[in-house]
Design a protein around this ligand. Structure first.
Ligand code: C5P
Length: 234
């Protein structure tokens, strides 16, 4: 039976957060941000192992105590110049680790989506475990979409019909994902599904919700804090 392995690329600098500290380490509800996604992934009974990919010169990780995740967690200092490079390097490291096979499912999840829930994770796994290709959590676009010119004036309104916002985890088999990522221009893609699409395949969209948003700008951090606090008090 194929197993489910999580991979968290966490080798980015988070330049849009205007903070010296890479965003995966920004304090969120009393913990470094990456702790929250790790907690959910390690808690899931479906997930066999969790790999975290850090920048080769990361000095932050070792400042914290990760021992509560020790039974599932493996850390690799093999991040690359782009997210796709970090994911591909992580997949290669997993394979040389020996115990992960090319038919095992890999769930790639951004460290910057701290509000992922076990429910969303289960929805993804249940929807895709028997799928030929795999897919991703996503939500239908709700806002009206404007295309801007270089002066930030509206050139036109785009139809939002059939448009979805991609989230993570994105779930594909190790062999397929490695093959797809090694063939694309890693600087031109911002998620894993794009690499699969470039191979001519159609990943499935599994409906998620807005709580699984990505922390990108400073105000997102305050929002994530509120979501996590509300869950704690329930
Ligand atoms: O910058 P962005 O929010 O798109 O990053 C998404 C995820 O990819 C983050 O978890 C970030 O740490 C990771 N990343 C990476 N290696 C890079 C760039 C981003 O692991 N070179």
């Amino acid at each position: 039976m194929p197993r489910f392995i999580a991979l968290i690329p966490a080798a980015g600098t988070g330049s849009r957060m205007n903070n010296e500290l890479p965003k995966q380490y920004l304090s969120l509800a009393g913990k470094p941000m990456i702790y929250h996604a790790l907690h959910t992934l390690c808690l899931s009974s479906h997930i066999f192992r969790v790999f975290v990919v850090l920048a080769p010169d990361d000095h932050e990780w070792s400042r914290y105590d990760w021992s509560s995740f020790a039974d599932k967690l493996t850390v690799k200092y093999c991040g690359g110049a782009t997210r796709a490079d970090s994911v591909l390097n992580g997949l290669k490291a997993m394979q040389t680790d020996g115990s992960i096979g090319k038919d095992d499912w890999i769930l790639v999840h951004d460290a910057a989506r701290p509000c992922l829930t076990i429910f969303q994770l289960d929805q993804l796994i249940d929807a895709l475990a028997l799928d030929e290709i795999g897919g991703l959590l996503a939500i239908p676009v709700a806002d009206t979409l404007k295309r801007a010119d270089s002066n930030q004036c509206v050139m036109g309104t785009e139809s939002r019909n059939s448009l979805w916002q991609a989230q993570t985890p994105q779930m594909f088999r190790l062999g397929l994902l490695m093959d797809a990522l090694s063939k694309v221009d890693s600087a031109a893609i911002t998620d894993d599904a794009s690499a699969i699409e470039a191979s001519g395949l159609r990943p499935r969209l599994v409906q998620s919700d807005a709580y699984n948003f990505k922390v990108t700008y400073p105000q997102d951090l305050a929002l994530a804090e509120l979501v996590l606090q509300k869950r704690e008090t329930k």
